[in-house]
Ligand binder design. Structure first.
Ligand SMILES: [Zn+2]
Length: 428
């Protein structure tokens, strides 16, 4: 079995926010959820986008790139959980002889549900029905002490996690039919391991076809949630669950958008970038990748000349949502409208968000970069754990994004008073 390539985040070396030391410590901790997957997968079917209309959007369907662990390409490769229709999540609460669950296991479950299911219903416009299953309602006691598994920040799948998964399967097998589920959430007792303020251990192993078998199926898409994601702002009861939709995002094939530099690439515009603090949504690109947008909701500006699009707010169901401006077979720009609605509760400056997507840049390396319409402005938010500088990134009527090298101009023409923005794309 190939070793799982796993990125380890270390704070300290590359921070650029020294002036905000107290916040920075929290912010960097917030960025430390991780993903890991094996590069080769063979199971399950491709994402729903694979079956969608290919013709009109052909040049804008930036394909997945070989050799990339988790790619932004469309469609998502096989092996991940499906992201539309009924998705059955098996939830198992586990504790250890040296870290016994301090309250009822169902209280641990209640930290994440129904919020996580609600989050996916809202973000997917009702296309993902997240079904929460808890066939075991008390703590599953592991046979070894937590420390004995050797689980630390950035631990690889081997050998600690493999042993842990084997022990979970053994403890649960008489009461759980593992064939009945699309993904697994392991909710670890929060007193095992360090506080999330110090080290975020939460991790997902996705598309992992070589995972241990349970009832004959590999536990290929499994998220592990540790500690409590309490950011110190007193908002834990409202926002603490958000680590789970982030980790489940990996189960559906989404990469991490934060980098070793922090959240400076995407800010609070996607839960794969920031999963602490106020609620946020996914980028339109991710919604398309997950099968939550239809081909007729997306414009493809691939031909030379000028094309106009009337884009409606991404958080509101229905209507045109995104324009894509392809550059190469591995990348292009995406254009969408973000407002304070739905899961996007921290938006302080509505407008047209423009970003570059690259399918040949791996998870955690910056596969998406937002273009900031107001560089070095300091942003428009003071909310804790919301990346401030990019909070006013959206372009306003009268503003244009220009990529001279590629002969591209994206101009925001007007807003109709109800959140629909007219955008003009010119390719020379
Ligand atoms: Zn992650």
């Amino acid at each position: 079995m190939q070793p799982t390539r796993h990125r380890i985040r270390t704070s300290g070396s590359s921070r650029r926010i020294g002036a905000l030391a107290a916040l920075a410590a929290v912010a960097l901790a917030a960025l430390t959820t991780a993903s890991a997957t094996l590069p080769t997968t063979s199971r399950a079917s491709a994402g729903p986008v694979a079956a969608a209309d290919r013709s009109a959007l052909g040049p804008c369907r930036i394909a997945s790139t070989l050799g990339i662990q988790m790619s932004e390409g469309v469609p998502t490769p096989p092996g991940y959980s499906r992201s539309i229709g009924e998705v059955r999540a098996l939830n198992l609460m586990i504790d250890f002889p040296d870290a016994e669950g301090s309250g009822p296991a169902m209280d641990r479950l209640a930290e994440f549900f129904p919020q996580t299911a609600d989050w996916f219903r809202t973000s997917s416009y009702g296309r993902l029905s997240y079904r929460t299953h808890t066939p075991v309602t008390d703590w599953l006691r592991m046979p070894m002490a937590f420390a004995a598994y050797g689980i630390e920040r950035g631990s690889p799948y081997e050998p600690g996690y493999r042993r842990l998964v084997q022990d979970i399967v053994q403890a649960a097998d008489s009461r759980v039919d593992f064939r009945a589920y699309d993904l697994v959430n392991v909710l670890v007792t929060p007193n095992a391991g360090p506080s999330a303020l110090d080290t975020v251990l939460s991790v997902t192993f996705s598309g992992n076809d070589e995972a241990p078998l349970a009832d004959g199926v590999p536990l290929a898409n499994t998220s592990f949630i540790y500690s409590r994601q309490d950011d110190g702002s007193g908002s834990y009861s409202e926002t603490g669950y958000r680590v789970l939709p982030h980790e489940n995002g990996h189960v559906f094939g989404l990469p991490d958008l934060y980098t070793s530099e922090g959240a400076g690439a995407v800010g609070h515009w996607d839960i794969m970038s920031e999963d602490w603090g106020a609620n946020n949504d996914l980028l339109g690109w991710h919604k398309w990748k997950l099968g939550w947008l239809d081909a007729d909701q997306i414009g493809c500006a691939s031909a030379p000349g000028t094309t106009e699009y009337a884009l409606t707010p991404l958080a509101i169901a229905g209507g045109p949502k995104m324009a894509i401006v392809p550059l190469t077979k591995n990348g292009g720009y995406a254009v969408e409208v973000r407002t304070r609605a739905g899961n996007d509760e921290a938006v302080c400056q509505p407008g047209v968000l423009i970003y570059r997507v690259q399918s040949d840049v791996d998870t955690g390396q910056g596969p998406v970069a937002i273009s900031d319409s107001a560089r070095n402005s300091g942003g428009c938010t003071r909310r804790p754990n919301v990346h401030a500088e990019l909070s006013d990134a959206p372009y306003q009527p009268g503003q244009s994004f220009v990529d001279q090298q590629n002969g591209i101009r994206i101009a925001v023409i007007q807003e109709d008073g109800e959140g629909t923005y007219r955008v003009r794309v010119t390719r020379s």
